[in-house]
Design a protein around this ligand. Structure first.
Ligand SMILES: Nc1ncnc2c1ncn2[C@@H]1O[C@H](COP(=O)(O)OP(=O)(O)O)[C@@H](O)[C@H]1O
Ligand SMILES: [Mg+2]
Length: 195
């Protein structure tokens, strides 16, 4: 069976280019992610733990298409998307979603929870307004939030509630996988199958 997420020899280097017009010394380079290979199957959760600066966030950014890899492949449901990273975030949005480390700052403070949850339904899936309402009810239920929260703004919620809203937004995109970075005693990176 094809894994949902299959990564082979993924590499990311920052810097290392020449200074302006190619003169002078080479800029210093950082090898942030070095030859990472992993598979995540349907229904599987993978945690990546490591000391600060070992490349967890860089790996997560490459997986969700925010950063192009220097080398290697990222296959989601059997298709290699490594070349698309950094080019078409909307295409990645339907495949894999990111739940950010700080949920409160990743939610737009000017939008209500309803507007935040409607955005992926309308923009990624072109869902008509009448169907959005029913889908939002299902998603709220999945993350155990009440419908009366929909017309409130992100600053009105606790950290835990904001995290659930961020997860609800990721679910609204109906991705094949999702990943999150969290700062606990050890940072973790997780990737999970469709809920
Ligand atoms: N945009 C960038 N430019 C240059 N170096 C970077 C950049 N992003 C991350 N790095 C470097 O890559 C390494 C890995 O960083 P990061 O992925 O943030 O680690 P972690 O999330 O595990 O703490 C660090 O040495 C960091 O300084
Ligand atoms: Mg990090």
């Amino acid at each position: 069976m094809t894994p949902t997420l299959r990564i082979r020899d993924l590499d990311k280097r920052f810097g290392g280019g020449r200074t302006l017009f190619g003169f002078g010394k080479k800029k210093p380079s950082v090898h942030a992610v070095q030859s990472v290979s992993l598979d995540v199957d349907r229904g599987e959760t993978l945690g990546i733990v490591g000391e600060s600066g070992c490349g967890k966030s860089t790996l997560a950014r490459m997986l969700v298409g925010l950063l192009p890899p220097t080398d290697g492949s990222i296959e989601i449901e059997g298709t290699d998307y490594a070349d698309q990273a950094g080019k078409d975030p909307a295409a990645f949005g339907k495949l894999i979603q990111y739940v950010f480390q700080d949920p409160a700052s990743s939610l737009n403070p000017r939008k209500t929870i309803r507007q935040i949850l409607e955005a992926p339904l309308k923009l990624l899936h072109a869902m008509p307004a009448d169907k959005c309402a029913a889908r939002i009810d299902e998603i709220l239920d999945a993350v155990n939030l009440h419908a009366e929260f929909l017309d409130r703004y992100p600053h009105e919620f606790s950290g835990g509630q904001a995290q659930r809203i961020a997860i609800a937004r990721a679910l609204a995109a109906a991705p094949a996988s999702w990943c999150s970075t969290s700062r606990s005693r050890h940072s973790t990176y997780r990737c999970r199958r469709r809920c």
